[in-house]
Every structure is written in C-alpha cells, then in structure tokens.
Design a protein around this ligand. Structure first.
Ligand code: FMN
Ligand code: SF4
Length: 419
C-alpha cells in the first residue's frame, strides 16, 4: 500500500520558510477561490465534505463553523490547537514544521467564512522549531497580503498570533486552552456555554486541530463532493497516522480512512523489530484503548474507534511486542494522567491515585476479586463523571484491557504471593 499524500504532499519537497515555494505548489489557490464565494457556500462545501475534527473527538467541522458564523457578538476568534501533548502523537508538529502556510491558509478561509478577525495558534512550548517556522510564515503571509487588512483586496481583515503552552497536557482541552490564552491557569470550565458562543475573553471562538485546518484548502480546491469520495461513509478524507513503538520504521504516514491497522503496521512500519510477535497496540495515544493482536484487521474509522466507549481519533498507533507487560503499561499510563490532572474535580484527582494503588496490587500479585471489581467500577465512574475529557478518557486503557486481556487480570488473582 502507498501513502495517499494530500495534506502531506509538500512534506520534504518545499522550503517551509518560503511562501514562494508554497504558492508555486498550489498554495493560496483555495483562499483566492474562497473569497469569491458566498461565506455560507464555503461552509456548505465543508458540510458536503463531511470533514470531522482531527484533534480526537471527530466533531463535524461545519457545525462549529456555522455556530461561529451565526454569532453576532464581535470580535470573533479562531484557535488552532497545536498543543499536542498526547504521548504517541507528533503529526501536528510535522504539519507545522513542513507546511505551515497550508494551516494558515485553512485558518484564513475559516475566518473569512465565519467573520473571525483574530486567530491564535496555541503551540506547545516544547515545539520551538514549529514556533520559529510558524512565526516566519505568519510574517510572510502578512507581507504578501494573505493576512492583515483588506486581504486580497477584499473587505476582509484577519490576523494570527502565536501563543505557547508551558507543557501542561490538559491545556489541549479546549476550555483549559482558552483559560491559558487568557493568562490564567489551564483548567476547564463547565459546559455549556460552548466556545462558539463564549470562548476567549468571553467572545465567540472556534477551536480546531492543526490537521483539521490543513484539510480546509483541499476541500475548497477540489470541492466537498470530491473530498467525501475518499475514506469511509462515517470518516471521509485522509488521516495522518503517527506510528511508533516496536515497528521497524516509525513516523507520520497519510492514509485514506478505512485502511486496516495491520496494513499500516506492515506496509509503513515494515512490521515489528526482530520479527517478534505483537502483543498489543494502543490507539490514539495514552487516552486510547489497548487492543490485542487479533483485532488489528479493524479499519481506521471514527465509528469503529467509538465502539471503545471513547473518542480516540487523534491518529496514534503504538505497537508493543510480546516482551511488554500489560500492567507496567497501565501503571505508567495512570501515573502520566495522575501527574497531568489539574485537580479541579474529585473523580479525576482522587481516581488516578486509587487506580494506581489497585494496579500495584495486580503487579505484586496481591490482588483479590474485590480489587478487580473496584478497578472496573472506578474506571467507569471516572469515565462517566469526570469534568473534562482528561478524566473521561484516561481510564480507557484500563476499560479496554479488562475487556480484551481479562485473563491476565484473573491470572494475577489466581496466584497468591508465596506460591
Ligand atoms: C486532556 C485533553 C487534551 C487535548 N489535547 C488536544 C491537543 O493537543 N490537540 C487538539 O487538537 N485537541 C486536543 N484535545 C481536544 C480538544 O479539546 C478539541 O476537541 C479539539 O481541539 C477540537 O478540534 P477538532 O474539532 O478539529 O478536532 C484535547 C482534549 C482533552 C480532553
Ligand atoms: S477531569 Fe481531571 S483534568 Fe479535567 S477538570 Fe477534572 S481534575 Fe481537571
């Protein structure tokens, strides 16, 4: 299988610091086309494309655009979420470092269609190279009248500023991110109201992932109808996949939705190092499910991923071979979330501490059947009652492991310590 290079077509082929290179390779043709269209027609094209957000939740992009467009309270803002703190994900960094103008063009088209006048790109602090490249791209776009006042001679003003996170994973969550942009500690808010009605500085705000914005110029260039021909019924277009773990080759690969996970591992990853057996694969990142080898023929598709009771479409595939211990991975995952929890709500703040205590009992083979029940019910309570997506999705690895690797849990109960 070959990659389907649509939003990654310029990777390694153009100089990301050069707007001239971008323009030579179809850059800004979509914006030029969009500003001649009715604003509602631009949104309708996105609707026809059935584009869903690439940040993990898979929310239909046109609904956010329509929501922002109908708001009359000005100014309106858009945010490009480039926080990318999820372990196993590095596609947004790759996009920003290789094709920054494509993301800026996408943001500018969305701004035109919705009436936003200022955009923020929220980039995680560790991504210094991406910040440097984006800063240059914004300046170049301004110098060439693709940002600023009267863009392309139209009555359309839009500017972009960069904001940098300080390494907190939860700042990728939309309200924590908004609070961070406002200069406050990154903690979520109770919803509703949603950001499209009350976001940054209480103004209407649209938030999308880097990859989502990168798809907008493609849709305008080829039309929503053509875009929707690629992929599956529920998941159209292509997806950047971050392949890591024990594969021979690791990296970012662009595939059409609908490809089986196994094909990505074999065709792009070259299979597993030293030809060992795959024990398990984690999908989406640390907040995603852990599935066994026999499930790898499952296709990459939002609806299939949602069967794991979690939205895990950010695009990571982390391959673990037969040397890996499930409980070691689960404990490391829980520790990560315990560290990243903002502490605002009880299920997440206290839940990770308790999960960690119970998992250690399994590691030490001191667990009882009651511990198994407690682990299961605690993970579900956290999933259902945590205030934001961090606590709602962090137990997914445990919930899925209890489903697919239950024997391993039972084995640890069956063998007392001094046997
Ligand atoms: C704890 C947490 C971290 C998140 N981190 C990111 C992130 O780094 N990048 C991102 O695009 N979305 C992240 N999200 C999802 C965002 O809240 C939001 O749904 C997304 O940016 C919307 O963009 P989309 O519709 O284009 O997917 C995170 C969510 C949670 C709960
Ligand atoms: S779920 Fe966790 S990160 Fe989210 S608000 Fe509650 S304590 Fe904070």
């Amino acid at each position: 299988m070959m990659e389907m290079k649509v939003i990654s077509k310029r990777f390694g082929k153009v100089n990301p610091m050069s707007i001239a290179d971008f323009i030579k390779t179809d850059g800004y043709t979509a914006l030029k086309k969009a500003v001649k269209m009715e604003k509602i027609t631009v949104i309708e094209e996105v609707q026809t494309s059935k584009l869903r957000g690439r940040g993990g939740a898979g929310f239909p992009t046109h609904l956010k655009m329509m929501g922002l467009a109908k708001e009359t309270n000005i100014p309106k803002y858009i945010i490009c979420n480039a926080d990318e703190g999820e372990p196993g994900n590095f596609k947004d960094r790759t996009l920003l470092e290789n094709d920054p103008f494509q993301v800026i063009e996408g943001m500018t088209i969305v701004a035109y269609a919705t009436g936003a006048t200022l955009g923020f790109v929220y980039i995680r602090g560790e991504y210094q190279e991406a910040i440097r490249i984006m800063k240059n791209a914004i300046e170049e776009a301004k110098l060439n009248n693709f940002l600023g006042n009267k863009i392309l001679g139209k009555n359309f003003n839009f500017d972009i500023q960069i904001r940098s996170g300080a390494g907190s994973y939860v700042c990728g969550e939309e309200f924590a991110l908004i609070e961070s942009i406002e200069g406050k500690p990154g903690r979520t808010r109770v919803k509703p109201p949603f950001p499209t009605s009350k976001g940054v500085f209480s103004q209407p705000t649209l938030i999308n992932n880097v990859e989502t914005f990168a798809n907008i110029p493609v849709i305008i260039n080829i039309t929503g109808k053509e875009f929707a021909k690629v992929g599956t019924v529920s998941s159209t277009g292509t997806k950047l996949i971050c392949l890591s773990g024990n594969t021979k080759i690791k990296g970012v690969f662009e595939i059409p939705f609908g490809v089986p996970i196994r094909d990505v591992i074999n065709d792009f990853g070259g299979g597993v190092k030293n030809d060992r057996k795959i024990k398990m694969v984690q999908l989406g990142g640390s907040c995603g499910p852990i599935i066994p080898e026999y499930m790898l023929d499952m296709i990459i598709d939002y609806e299939r991923f949602e069967e794991f009771e979690s939205k895990t479409g950010a695009g990571a595939i982390i391959v673990m071979d037969d040397r890996f211990d499930l409980f070691d991975i689960l404990l490391k995952t829980v520790h990560f979330f315990e560290h990243e929890s903002c502490g605002k709500c009880v299920p997440c703040r206290e839940g990770h501490v308790q999960l960690s205590i119970i998992l250690k009992k399994f590691i030490n083979k001191e667990a009882t059947t009651k511990d198994l029940d407690s682990l299961e019910s605690l993970a579900r309570v956290m999933h259902q009652t945590s205030l934001c997506g961090l606590g709602q999705t962090s137990p997914t690895s445990i919930i899925s492991s209890l489903r697919y690797f239950r024997d391993e849990f039972l084995d640890r109960i069956d063998h007392p310590v001094n046997l």
